[in-house]
Design a protein around this ligand. Sequence first.
Ligand SMILES: [Zn+2]
Length: 285
Amino acid sequence: MQLSRIDLADLHTPERIAATLHSQIGRIDGAVPVVEIARSLDIGEVRLDNFDGFEGMLLTDKVRSQGAILANTGRGRRRARFTVAHELGHFLMEHHVLTASEGFQCRASDMRETREDRQQRRQETQANRFAIEVLAPGYKTRRFLNDDPDLKATQVMRDELDISLEACVRRYVAMHPEPLAAVWSHNGRVRYPIRGPSFPWVKPESGSRLATDTPAARAIAQRASGFTRMQECHPGSWTDDESVAELFEQTRVGKNGHAVTLLWATITDAEEDDGLDELDVPKFR
Ligand SMILES: [Zn+2]
């Protein structure tokens, strides 16, 4: 594989860097070969191993004269692939400031960072945006977004893209045209929630218990692994935003008490107002 780092140097957003990279590579059948891509972009060594104390490391200097990537396989090979792409993001975004004397050292929580309020968080968020665009480019994910929301689609995505189910659910929620959110839990306690651009608000916070009257909580208590059906639920269990007219939920119960619940909202009001503006109906004041 022949790739050029020079063509990527002046692009500042992670999405543009990833898109240009994919246009250099061309269409790929199957999973994106991220290790091979990293090596073609001047990463001298990629080591996948069971490391302790960090999830990923990029050994480099301020001007990126060389690079080596270490990725932890302790949480699975698929997560390690995401980690390699994340570290490659730090390498290509040369404005990212080194976080350790020998380069970048990243934790497991950095791999799902979405905040941009401080420089270091913004760097981690940008590295994640780059990683998912590289591993799950639009041309490979779009066809999953045509149907009504269904967690089973994310499992097919996982197998095709060879990335973790968690990364697939995040991608699915962010890209699906319907208002979606997802809540990860462990033994009935919320690990963390995410929401897509049109989902108003998720009430349960990290560490809180899932409401016991939800289908999610019942499925998790039964410990029967697999998918529940998408079913209507009481919106107040998940959100206190009044624009949510109806809410549906579906849960995938995994092993060892881990679960993810997909939320699908029907939103009222705001869209109708937009319609009036588009038709240029005079407003009476
Ligand atoms: Zn990082």
